[in-house]
Write a protein of this length. Structure first.
Ligand code: FE
Length: 255
């Protein structure tokens, strides 16, 4: 399994703090069947700044350590940028890193309770640079939960989205779990990833999430998510079905 979102690099954000934490996370990832993991440290979220060159250097160091420890996991470079006005300029200047540095897919995180007014324009500008934006964990954004048509609009205009494994398993509560399934049903998400920060409270949960999805939708859906994670890693084209609007229950008059 490929996991495209994690905070495994030590000491640079709120994920692994020291090398031993990273190694514990790596062992847990392997035990869940993950062989390739994209390290996506926070960038420009108001707390952490992690630019491309330093991420790549740290990924190389961690891979060397994994090899030394004989842990069969490959780390690839990535970054989780909070949406910010200079994101495209910073990409051009080499500070913003695409997933696996392939100049195809870029992670974009919204603040947890807002969608900035300039989001639509910024997502357009990102695509004008030849990149596909992947909106991370939209199911955990309270504004999108309230108004899922906003997300429909972004996906309809070419953005992809990534739902977090823990959201599917219920780790973030019933409301977020239900919204995750609404997103899957409406073709509003394209890939599942862990967003793992550690081995306790924010662990991988990928095997469990895939189990939940397989029981609900069958193997086809699992294969679709697997192949999109691979496509993103390879810089290839993702499988995408036409997005639909989420019908709110009150709209249907069912309570
Ligand atoms: Fe994250």
């Amino acid at each position: 399994m490929i996991d495209i979102h994690s905070h495994i690099l030590p000491g640079i954000d709120d994920g692994a703090q020291v090398l031993e934490d990273s190694l514990d996370m790596a062992r847990q990832a392997v035990s869940e069947g993950i062989h390739t993991l994209i390290a996506t440290p926070h960038h420009q979220n108001g707390k952490y700044i992690n630019e491309k060159s330093s991420i790549i250097q740290r990924v190389n160091q961690l891979n060397a350590e994994l090899e030394k420890q004989k842990i069969p996991l490959t780390i690839l470079p990535g970054q989780e940028s909070r949406i910010y006005g200079e994101l495209v300029e910073d990409y051009i200047e080499g500070k913003v890193l695409t997933l696996n540095d392939n100049h195809k897919y870029v992670f974009i995180e919204f603040p947890s309770s807002q969608v900035p007014r300039y989001a639509e324009q910024l997502l357009f500008d990102v695509q004008s640079e030849g990149l596909t934006p992947i909106i991370v964990h939209p199911e955990r954004n309270s504004k999108l939960l309230e108004n899922p048509d906003l997300l429909y609009n972004f996906v309809n205009k070419g953005a992809l989205t990534q739902v977090t494994a823990g959201s599917v398993t219920g780790r973030f509560g019933k409301k977020i779990k239900k919204f995750s399934f609404d997103l899957i049903n409406a073709n509003l998400t394209h890939v599942i990833a862990s967003d793992a920060h550690n081995v306790s409270g924010r662990n991988f949960l990928m095997a469990e999430a895939m189990d939940v999805i397989r029981k609900e939708y069958g193997m086809d859906m699992i294969e679709q998510f697997y192949s999109n994670a691979l496509a993103i890693t390879d810089g290839a084209v993702c499988f995408k079905e036409s997005p639909e609007k989420i019908m709110k229950k009150k709209f249907l008059g069912i309570f």
